[in-house]
Design a binder for this molecule. Structure first.
Ligand code: PMT
Length: 210
């Protein structure tokens, strides 16, 4: 199968030296891309700024902002059968970009924000028969919020992470996820390495695609 995976954060610039972003390291998305390529799939990985090297055997596209993520995902969805959105796309960006570095000689400042494009939502018109799998990073009501995302976007699955845990989620090597699907009860997977989560998810995708 041709599988498109997204990973990492996006960065939304405030001025030439500062940005808004989040704690995503890219480990989860990269692990999925590696697992899928290892199982013989044709994999494209679109990643935000992370310190991980491009995986062997995976076409890797590096982007910076949510807007660039949207352009890259939109361009690659028509050529894939499966989209797995593990990226932590920033939800807000500064409304204006200051062309010069903002001086710190004020005691307080206010940053006006606007929503970034919702990448997954924006490519839904291209979905057709493709499998679309989202992730959900939540700190409370994890499964409930994941179910809402699943239904709102008509996805095949949402992989829900409780990112309030110290031993799973952002940055660390392990993850504990719950697979939320429309036709079965939520499936809580045990805490395991991101490599093992990725293997299990890719095998689930293979079965679901048959
Ligand atoms: O990168 P790691 O350090 O390994 O951490 C992994 C992870 C915790 C980042 C990953 O497992 C994860 O949960 N990724 C999704 C994080 C997220 O953005 O969740 P969300 O609930 O805000 O978004 C829901 C879905 O919509 C996600 O599939 C996201 O990619 C997508 N989205 C979100 C915002 C946006 N503007 N556009 C989107 O497409």
């Amino acid at each position: 199968m041709r599988i498109l995976v997204t990973a990492g954060p996006t960065r939304e610039a405030i001025d030439p030296v500062r940005y808004l972003s989040n704690r995503s390291s890219g480990k989860m998305g990269f692990a999925i891309a590696v697992a899928a390529a290892g199982r013989g799939h044709d994999v494209t990985l679109i990643t935000g700024p992370v310190s991980l090297p491009s995986p062997a055997g995976v076409k890797t596209v590096r982007i910076g902002t949510a807007e660039e993520m949207l352009v890259a995902v939109r361009g690659h969805v028509p050529g894939c059968e499966v989209l797995i959105m593990a990226a932590a796309v920033a939800d807000w960006r500064p409304k204006t970009f200051a062309a010069q570095k903002q001086k710190k000689d004020v005691t307080s400042a206010t940053l006006e924000l606007e929503r970034t494009p919702d990448v997954l939502q924006s490519v839904l018109p291209l979905k057709g028969e493709r499998l679309f799998i989202g992730f959900a990073a939540e700190t409370e009501h994890v499964v409930e919020y994941a179910q809402r995302k699943l239904v709102a976007k008509g996805l095949e699955a949402v992989v829900a992470n409780d990112v309030s845990r110290g031993d799973a989620g952002f940055e660390v090597d392990d993850n504990q996820v719950t697979l939320v699907t429309p036709d079965a009860a939520p499936e809580a997977w045990p805490l395991m390495s991101k490599r093992e989560v990725a293997e299990r998810l890719v095998r689930w995708v293979e079965q679901r695609a048959c």
